[in-house]
Design a protein around this ligand. Structure first.
Ligand code: ADP
Ligand code: MG
Length: 651
């Protein structure tokens, strides 16, 4: 029960107990200092891993947040007379707010530009801390006293335990966060930001919140750092530290709490490692051995390129040889870090923890917890609309790409309860039309109304929220997530518990309910047995069906299927027809883009035919099949295509 309550597995509890017991057995104050730093850096790296690991962005600002948090704590004690807990809360708040403010503009940028934005922020905060002498004491530094907590002054072991307690709390909070909708969203937005938005989960807002959260952990670590050293200097929070922090996260292993912990141990031990030549040689030799083993294994399994195997071996070899040649390894620290970072990035992309996890998983086979029973489908799908009323109206919709008039004035009406076919030769503008409706592209001109109200333009996220859901012609699944998680991510209205309560672990019941709802949808498309399979490991046909289940999780009023049968084998096409019929029976309107004419005939109530971005015919499948304009449009395309059964519009 205690275990469940804390959400810590056995190994984590044992590790925590061991760490907590050390000061009782060892009274070496130097060792205790290292352990305290380990706890502080553990918190710092867990925070950094949110951006570097989970959001997949190179964040160069965490050292700055450590500094800002440290000064915030120091100043609130010395100027405002805050106690320990208030000061630490202040550090977190400063991290949270400044992190949010930085994230807003920075996360609109991608890759290297984002890294540069965080780098500028670091330079800016260093300058402020250094130059605002009236407040921070500038380069002279700031001395502060460690305040008492509940009237008790801290001795060294006491403060260590406090830091360890915070590490444990942060660990639990992260665990809770990652096993909630937030954790899924972090995975999803790296796999496909487009689909994340299209499933009504705002990519941008999740990135900003994640970054702000990680920065607030940086701030908290800073507060503890300040009370640990009781003396602060801006120079402590510069590029050097930033490189070491990145090394810690990457070497320890991204997307892993244990990885952050190992990374922190490494950072704490590095100075000792560099000042003791024997230790340095031993560690370098071990690194070389590791590089050789992983290199050979990778080559055997053909999972690595020769370069990926050889480069780390050479880099680690340079460390071993260089260790004998140079006079003082400490003077070479930057070069040493660079070589280590290079070796890990090239040779062990998942870090030491990722490497170890592969073996540990085999040792401790842990079965995932049992899934609940599937919910009733009627509770998961949206309530039925009255049939045959106007649902979606397009009025003279246009979308140009430069000179290409992809959609050139389409007007059409989709009614509730209908399967509305959208057909036309390749390149006639079908995908563009639904991309404009669903908000992937903004229209060049024209109107889109859902139930008489204007649909938001040019925002997948807002259109998804308004009740339109879609699949993609080119699959946009979250490959790393299980089939179940793919559907759970999209579930509308399933997650109501606010973030602070999720961190406390109060989101469990909600998760179980979401699981059973998602299972009902997987059952509908025949994938219930594969609920735990990663999306990228499913067969192509199953992936197509999974996208439909995921789109349904939005409880849409209108479902848009862009060529769901593309690339499917015949038995799968038959299953698809059954699935679409079942969806129709639940009263959900569908826009179906489809090439197989027998599928169109079997499913569609109305068909709109477009060519060259314009509507050329509309009516029942039988009517449009006989329409001379339609026949001409299809015969206009290359004959071979007509034979490949993609356009079997038999004349
Ligand atoms: P369909 O789905 O009917 O096969 P599309 O809507 O994909 O056709 O394409 C219609 C036309 O618009 C094509 O000529 C295509 O090259 C062009 N097009 C589609 N998307 C883009 C884009 N993002 N940029 C430029 N041209 C595009
Ligand atoms: Mg298309």
């Amino acid at each position: 029960m205690l275990k469940r309550l804390l959400l810590l597995s056995g190994i984590e509890l044992i590790a925590l107990a061991l760490l907590a017991a050390i000061p009782l057995a060892v009274s070496n104050s130097y060792a205790l200092g290292l352990l305290t730093l380990l706890a502080i850096y553990g918190i710092l790296l867990i925070g950094l891993d949110v951006t570097v690991g989970y959001l997949g962005q190179v964040n160069l600002a965490q050292a700055a947040f450590l500094g800002l948090g440290a000064y915030a704590a120091g100043l609130s004690v010395s100027l405002l007379g805050f106690g320990m807990l208030e000061a630490l809360a202040m550090s977190m708040l400063v991290g949270l707010i400044l992190g949010g403010l930085l994230a807003f503009p920075a996360l609109r940028l991608e890759g290297p530009q984002f890294a540069l934005a965080t780098l500028s922020f670091s330079a800016l905060s260093f300058t402020v801390l250094n130059e605002w002498e009236g407040l921070t004491g500038g380069a002279q530094g700031l001395s502060l006293d460690r305040p008492a907590l509940f009237g008790q002054a801290f001795n060294a072991p006491g403060f260590y335990w406090l830091c360890l307690l915070f590490l444990a709390l942060v660990w639990i909070a992260m665990r809770n966060l990652l096993s909630s909708q937030w954790g899924r969203a972090f995975e999803a937005l790296r796999d496909s930001p487009i689909a994340t938005d299209a499933m009504g989960v705002g990519t941008f807002r999740h990135k900003v919140a994640g970054f702000a959260f990680g920065s607030s952990l940086g701030g908290l670590a800073g507060g503890l750092y300040a009370f640990n050293f009781q003396y602060l200097q801006p120079q402590s929070f510069t590029y050097d530290l930033m490189v070491i922090l990145l090394l810690g996260v990457v070497l320890g292993g991204r997307k892993s709490l244990w990885g952050a912990f190992f990374g922190a141990s490494l950072i704490v031990l590095l100075p000792n490692l560099l000042s003791n030549r024997l230790l340095f040689e031993i560690i370098s030799a071990l690194g070389l051995l590791l590089a050789v083993i992983t290199g050979i294994r990778g080559l055997q399994k053909k999972s690595t390129q020769p370069f990926q195997a050889i480069a780390p071996v050479m880099a680690m070899g340079m460390l071993v040889v260089g260790g004998f040649l140079v006079e003082n390894t400490e003077n070479w620290r930057k070069a040493i870090f660079a070589l280590m970072l290079f070796s890990v990035v090239v040779g062990l992309p998942d870090g030491i923890m990722g490497f170890a996890a592969r073996y540990l998983i085999r040792l401790f086979r842990i079965d995932p917890p049992k899934l609940p029973a599937a919910a009733a489908l009627d509770d998961v799908l949206p309530p039925k609309n009255a049939s045959n009323s106007v649902l979606l109206e397009l009025k003279d919709l246009k979308r140009y790409f430069g000179g290409v008039k992809a959609v050139d004035g389409i007007s059409m009406t989709v009614r509730t309860g209908h399967v509305h076919g959208l057909i036309g030769p390749n390149g006639s503008g079908k995908s563009t039309a639904v991309n404009v409706i669903s908000g992937l592209y903004a229209p060049t001109s024209g109107e889109i109304l859902l139930k008489g109200r204007a649909l938001p333009k040019g925002s997948l996220f807002k259109v998804a929220r308004a009740g339109v859901s879609r699949t993609f012609q080119n699959l946009q699944l979250f490959g790393e997530l299980s089939a179940l998680d793919n559907v759970m991510l999209a579930l509308k209205g399933a997650y109501r518990i606010p973030l602070p309560l999720v961190l406390l672990g109060l989101g469990r019941t909600e998760e179980t309910r979401a699981q059973s709802a998602a299972l009902a949808l997987l059952e509908l498309v025949g994938l219930k047995e594969q609920a735990r399979t990663r999306a990228k490991d499913l067969t192509y046909g199953s992936q197509r069906f999974l996208e439909i289940a995921r789109a349904l999780a939005r409880k849409p009023e209108l479902l848009i299927l862009d060529e769901p049968a593309a690339g499917l084998a015949n038995p799968d096409v038959n299953d698809l027809v059954k699935i679409i019929k079942a969806i129709k029976q639940h009263g959900i309107a569908i826009i179906l883009i489809e090439h197989h004419m027998h599928v169109v005939s079997e499913l569609c109530d109305v068909v709109t035919v477009i060519d060259g971005g314009q509507v050329i015919a509309e009516g029942t499948p039988e009517e449009v099949k006989r329409d001379p304009k339609v026949i001409k449009a299809y015969l206009g395309v290359a004959n071979e295509e007509a034979e490949t059964n993609t356009v079997p519009l038999a004349v």
